[in-house]
Design a protein around this ligand. Structure first.
Ligand SMILES: Cc1ncc(COP(=O)(O)O)c(C=O)c1O
Length: 346
């Protein structure tokens, strides 16, 4: 089975398991875990911030950032398919008492004028618009990379209008590799940056939240409040440092594999926009097929290829990652040809 459902499926490599086995650990809550401290220092530098805080998940990193930047009754703006709105259980409302204002975007990207128009006037009848959240790369947008110029405009507009800017950079390193820029170049534009270790980087779990020292003090308290303060967490932080050493540059391979896969799926008659493949996601638009999403999933699964549902209605996704080789994507494309040997497109 070639499993392309998500880049969260990776198994720790032999090297990563060695790093885990030999990790130096201590009580993280007391600031005594050397592997956690090392990862936090590296992550802060990588993301262009003074400090970084190690957390169990990117969901927690996002939610702690929102809480640190707001007061109950405030409003957070993000693209309508943002992970924080769609996939975090209503967290902004439940954890921080935030109103959520979704913006229409193009594959997850919106422009500064749209943000400006969404900011409520200074009127006590209305929620204070306090945070803009950007997701880069954008999961629902098919791994879409935000142009740096757009990020500059959006964050400058936010700051000019008194908002904070949070980056859900679960896949920020995919964006940086695709653009060939330092992650810090993007990270510095934001007040808070969440980076996930368990996607393309291939760790079992874990995330970091990077920000200024003052915000980090708030986030450190919130880490305890949210139940994310751990003990010998260096077991996992060591996997994070290993991944930064060994799995960052290779994200380019995942992107190349996604392009090959997109071409193969398109040749098999599946409606794939090859030009939209910027990182490790390939989207299949079943709205242009005579088959439903479930039928496409079933046909591929019968041949030994697993894919999953994407955020936009009627769209499926295939995601490349550490455990998918260049041979695997060629084989997946062959199997797709077999699955769709009869013409399926309108
Ligand atoms: C864009 C984005 N943000 C945040 C997350 C949450 O990551 P975690 O599973 O570590 O909570 C995900 C997970 O898929 C994601 O795609």
């Amino acid at each position: 089975m070639i499993d392309l459902r998500s880049d969260t499926l990776t198994q720790p490599t032999a090297g990563m398991r060695q790093a885990i086995a030999h990790a130096r650990v201590g009580d993280e809550q007391k600031g005594e875990d050397p592997s956690v401290l090392e990862l936090e220092q590296r992550a802060a530098k990588l993301l262009g911030h003074e400090r970084a805080i190690f957390l169990p998940t990117a969901t927690m990193a996002n939610q702690i950032a929102l809480r640190a930047l707001s007061e109950p009754g405030d409003e957070v703006v993000a693209e309508r398919q943002a992970h924080i709105f769609r996939m975090e259980g209503g967290g902004p409302a439940a954890h921080s008492g935030l109103a959520m204002k979704p913006l229409a975007g193009l594959r997850g990207v919106f422009e500064a004028p749209a943000l400006s128009a969404a900011i409520n006037p200074d009127d006590p009848h209305q929620a204070r618009t306090r945070i803009v959240c950007v997701e880069n790369t954008h999961n629902g947008g098919g791994g879409k990379v935000w142009p740096v110029a757009t990020l500059r405009d959006v964050t400058a507009t936010a700051h000019d209008r008194g908002l904070s800017a949070h980056l859900d950079g679960a896949r920020l390193l995919n964006a940086a590799v695709a653009l060939d820029v330092e992650p810090a170049e993007i990270g510095v534009l934001f007040d808070t940056v969440a980076l996930c270790l368990s996607k393309g980087l291939g760790c079992p779990f874990g995330a970091v939240l990077a920000c200024s020292g003052e915000l980090a003090n708030r986030a450190w308290r919130l880490k305890f409040l949210f139940g994310g303060a751990m003990r010998q967490a260096g077991i996992i932080a060591a996997a994070g440092s290993y991944a930064l050493d060994h799995h960052l540059e290779r994200l380019a391979e995942d992107h190349a594999n996604a392009r090959t896969l997109a071409a193969g799926f398109a040749a098999a008659g599946l409606p794939v926009d090859e030009t939209a493949v910027e990182t490790n996601f390939v989207q299949i638009d079943c709205n242009r097929l005579e088959l439903s999403r479930d039928e496409v999933i079933e046909r591929l699964e019968r041949e030994g290829v697993r894919i999953s549902i994407a955020a936009p209605p009627g769209v499926l996704r295939a995601v490349t990652h550490l455990d998918v080789s260049s041979d695997d994507v060629l084989r997946a494309a062959d199997l797709a040809s077999r699955a769709f040997s009869t013409r399926v497109a309108h």
